[in-house]
Design a binder for this molecule. Structure first.
Ligand code: FAD
Length: 395
């Protein structure tokens, strides 16, 4: 219903791709979203595979590596639509497209691209991303999982947490320390490894039970003497953290798009309900108190979408403000999604609190967008830091 507002100046190709995303979300994702949430422990790999068959898992990969070679904005708009359908599925699309594929594309060898990137772009292999550990979240560089050289090989020991699709993905882009306990090098002592999930010593150990996004799999992983050949290391052994940070700039745009999709769905449900429900002999939408609420939801949705578009364009053009704008988009969109979903519950009254209607799930799902790929506090910190850097550059 709010479709016309998404990407006002789209090219014909962009419009067709977004419409495909929308119709897939409507026919394949929405009808099962409540069930995915209820069944919590069942990751819907089939839905993600269908996204792959339609090309949505290779959107940002150039055609020479079997992707669609599309621009950032088309990807983000498509992600909004898929998130509108089910955020538990869209998180897989976001992580796969923004993180492991981008790191392989930018830093992988031609052999690694042939072996891993191409099937990922074709949607045949699903990728995950594993940076976080129990003791290192926002301060991601303090991770302790250790990669030790043994001849040509690497032996990995440790434990990773919060790995989205860590059990069901085919491979994980995983970060571990490559410096030694006697010579710790901080952010310059971390390597990035391609880890097929059937590697001996890679053991998903616990599934997280979550407030929302319950149709998405989130696991802890034990690394138990996992042995990897040199072809599993990406780029330089000391540069993994740099690769992760650069990819996360695009990743947070994906999460901003996810938040916009949740906001859009919640606003639409609230608008529909305000037309259907009557009290005091009138539609509740006709009361001024309700009209102002809907107007405020709509203005926050539009602001989030506009901020996402601006950040997406800046990212595509390599604009020096891109880092600040990506963080801003993530912050604005996630806070808008949480606020709008909460208002949608209120518009539904008691029915909004019932699991029979989708807004309570959207409210629970929205919250994660303020936490992963950088919390709101961390993004405020990044924005302020970048403001000072931009000011210094301008002087
Ligand atoms: C559902 C889910 C899926 C996830 N998927 C992945 C994944 O696929 N791969 C992956 O690597 N990680 C993943 N994560 C991890 C996620 O990125 C982290 O949870 C997030 O970065 C926050 O880290 P933390 O949970 O350790 O919180 P902490 O860093 O411990 O933060 C706790 C609180 O302190 C605040 N805080 C911390 N430092 C500062 C500061 N300097 N200034 C002000 N406030 C601060 C935070 O904002 C937060 O409010 C996922 C998490 C969840 C919940």
């Amino acid at each position: 219903m709010l479709q016309a507002t998404l990407g006002i100046d789209l090219t014909e190709e962009q419009r067709q791709i977004c419409e495909l995303a929308r119709s897939f979300a409507e026919s394949e994702l929405r009808p099962l979203a409540a069930r995915r949430d209820e069944e919590e422990d069942r990751f819907d790999r089939a839905a993600v595979d269908k996204l792959g068959q339609l090309g949505f898992l290779g959107m940002l990969v150039p055609e020479e590596y079997d992707g669609l070679g599309l621009d950032m904005l088309t990807y983000l708009y498509s992600l909004v639509e898929i998130s509108w359908g089910d955020p538990s599925v869209s998180v897989s699309m976001s992580v796969h497209n923004s993180l492991p594929t981008q790191i392989l594309l930018r830093h992988g060898t031609e052999e690694q691209k042939e072996r891993w990137l191409k099937p990922m772009a074709r949607g045949e292999l699903l990728g995950a991303f594993s940076l976080s550990e129990a003791g290192s979240g926002s301060d991601a560089a303090s991770l302790t999982s250790q990669a030790t050289r043994e001849g040509e090989h690497w032996i990995l020991e440790g434990a990773k947490t919060w790995v989205t699709n860590g059990a069901s993905a085919d491979l994980v882009l995983l970060f571990a320390r490559t410096d030694t306990p006697d010579d710790r090098r901080g952010t310059s002592g971390i390597g990035a490894f391609i880890v097929p999930t059937d590697t001996p010593g890679y053991r998903p150990s616990k599934k997280e039970r979550k407030m929302g996004l319950r149709g998405s799999e989130t696991v802890e992983v034990a690394l138990e003497g996992m042995r990897l050949g040199p072809e599993h290391l990406i780029g330089e052994p000391d540069s993994g953290f740099r690769y992760a940070l650069a990819a996360l700039e695009g990743g947070r745009l994906g999460i901003a798009a996810q938040a916009v999709g949740i906001a859009k769905a919640a606003l639409e449900h609230a608008l529909d309900y305000s037309e259907e429900r009557s009290q005091f002999g009138a539609r509740i939408g006709s009361f001024q108190g309700m009209a102002f609420k809907l107007a405020d939801m709509a203005q926050r949705y539009e602001s989030a979408l506009a901020t996402l578009e601006r950040a997406g364009r800046a990212y595509s053009m390599g604009d020096p403000r891109s880092r600040r704008l990506s963080s801003t988009a993530k912050l604005v969109a996630s806070e808008a999604a949480v606020w709008i979903a909460r208002q949608a519950v209120q518009v539904f009254g008691g029915y909004g609190y019932s699991r029979e209607y989708p807004v309570e799930r959207l409210f629970r799902d929205s919250k994660i967008t303020e936490i992963y790929e950088g919390t709101s506090e961390i993004h405020r910190w990044i924005i302020a830091g970048q403001l000072h850097r931009e000011r210094d550059r301008a002087q």
